[in-house]
Design a protein around this ligand. Sequence first.
Ligand SMILES: O=C(O)CCC(=O)C(=O)O
Length: 287
Amino acid sequence: MTDTVPRVTPAPPDTTGLEPELQEAVTALYTDGVVGKKGAFSTEWADQLREDIEVAFAEALSRPGGAVGRGTKRYYVEMHPEQMRGWVELVDHPWVRGVCEAVLGPDYQIVELGFDVPGPGAKDQPWHRDFPMPDETKETGRLTSLAFNLTAVDTDEDMGPFEIAPGTQWDLPEGFEHEMFPEKELYPRFLERAVRKYPQRGDISARSALTLHRGTENTSQKSRPVLVLGVDAPGAGNAEHHDMAVTREFYDSLPERITQHLVCPVVDELTPITQKHTIEGLMMGDA
Ligand SMILES: O=C(O)CCC(=O)C(=O)O
């Protein structure tokens, strides 16, 4: 495939000495912009994740501003680590830790925990980035953040799978509304490259949120809840867009190798998160 659009020249970090699986992950993130690890967790672990998402989703829907629309029959909810029983295992998973460190450096910061719920009847989203390309990426060719996704259910063809256009993390945002939403004239470029993903319970993926992607039409009767863990390199600035917090008791129970990556407030009591109104909501419409 030829590249006719202006792009950033990628400058991947040195991976000498890393184990092959991590070298491959870094290469994939700098080429395709997405990489997966199958069966990182058990199906029971993923079922527990689904239960926790269901509880958090019901709670979020029960109050104003608890969930934000991301298009027809789609919601996004941000939550606190303590609302998910498997959070410690997730952030302590050797592949998650290894990929974060290899791509974002030893001082990476865990900044976001949330989930998307595309329900029955969800439509194709517009192709998008989750935020504009940071100047550092434009100027240096380095990725400064990662999004990890974990599906809470096995993904079937008719459930509106996640679709991604490999390599497009480097496209300069020319003709992108709000630097995140490419004009429709650019869609053929993404459709030509598009890959649909069918993750199963226990699988993890990591991607650059700059790689153009979208949720597709869900024609089934099933929801497809998917967890998002957002991680930054120091200075990437995404923490300020999130409201994640932990209690003192929880914080004190964590090993230092986890707390060293937490930049969120440590509080006496957790407050339910009111979702921020984002450009994504504006562009994708209400649920
Ligand atoms: O459907 C998905 O898996 C992702 C949805 C998404 O990208 C979004 O809501 O911003």
